[in-house]
Design a protein around this ligand. Structure first.
Ligand code: PGA
Length: 239
């Protein structure tokens, strides 16, 4: 595991872009993408760059259940606005949170992942160390599933909604088992509110109570942190 501490999220975004660029030079064809505030600067850097994504497939981690693709809070909308309407990809995939049969939708999404093995997976992390919407307790070998969001996640995400009651309580999320099949993981975390989750993820036991801790077992992980997110790590971890 490589840990890179950067000045701020812009420098972090530039590092992540470098990793993507190198990956593409080495033949990466499938990029796993995340939503939330963490990857936003990365998407801005991708847009500004002259990198060509026209041969690249993207697969997103998750989508809220019950929101239309054109709902401004949906992750479809987020991805279109922040990236896809500015940079052309070969194919882009997100789960359909409005599918009539969500169980079938989860199966379909797993098939998409199976057919397009992820080369580089971009990850943010929740305050409770979730990756995707895999909340504490989610199985390490899980596939795509409808998951219930914890109160901590609903509270963290309410900033995007007018009322906390508007935050969906469920999402379709790629499972941890599918995520860690990706060849390379790039986990980014910025800000003091992520410091505890990062400490538990990198220095604690590998346990489903800390979903991101499974990354300790992955053989190609880059963690990009600002100083605040790295502030609880021991010198040994940072050495
Ligand atoms: P954030 O969310 O990037 O908005 O902090 C990360 C996450 O919940 O995975």
């Amino acid at each position: 595991m490589e840990i890179i501490v950067v000045k701020d999220n812009l420098e972090g975004a530039k590092k992540a872009l470098e990793i993507i660029k190198e990956g593409m030079e080495q033949g990466a064809e499938v990029l796993g993408l995340a939503t939330g505030s963490t990857p936003e600067p990365l998407y801005e850097e991708i847009i500004k760059s002259d990198l060509n994504f026209e041969n690249m497939v993207s697969i997103n981690l998750d989508e809220y259940v019950g929101l239309d693709k054109d709902d401004a809070q949906s992750y479809h909308y987020y991805m279109d606005e922040k990236l896809f309407s500015h940079k052309k990809f070969k194919e882009t995939h997100l789960p359909d949170g409005k599918a009539d049969d969500l169980a079938a939708e989860c199966k379909r999404y797993d098939q998409v992942i199976e057919e397009n093995p992820i080369d580089i997976q971009i990850l943010g992390i929740g305050h409770n160390a979730h990756i995707g919407f895999n909340e504490p307790g989610a199985p390490f070998d899980g596939a795509t599933e409808v998951v219930e969001l914890t109160e901590s996640t609903i509270n963290a995400n309410k900033r995007y909604f007018d009322h906390v009651e508007d935050v969906p309580t469920e999402a379709v999320s790629m499972g941890i088992g599918s995520i860690v099949k990706g060849k390379k993981m790039v986990l980014m975390a910025f800000g003091a509110e992520k410091a505890e989750a990062i400490k538990n993820t990198l220095e604690g036991d590998v346990t489903t109570d800390v979903p991101a801790s499974i990354l300790q077992k992955h053989d190609d992980v880059v963690v990009i942190l600002d100083e605040a997110a790295a502030s609880k790590l021991s010198e040994k971890t940072l050495a």
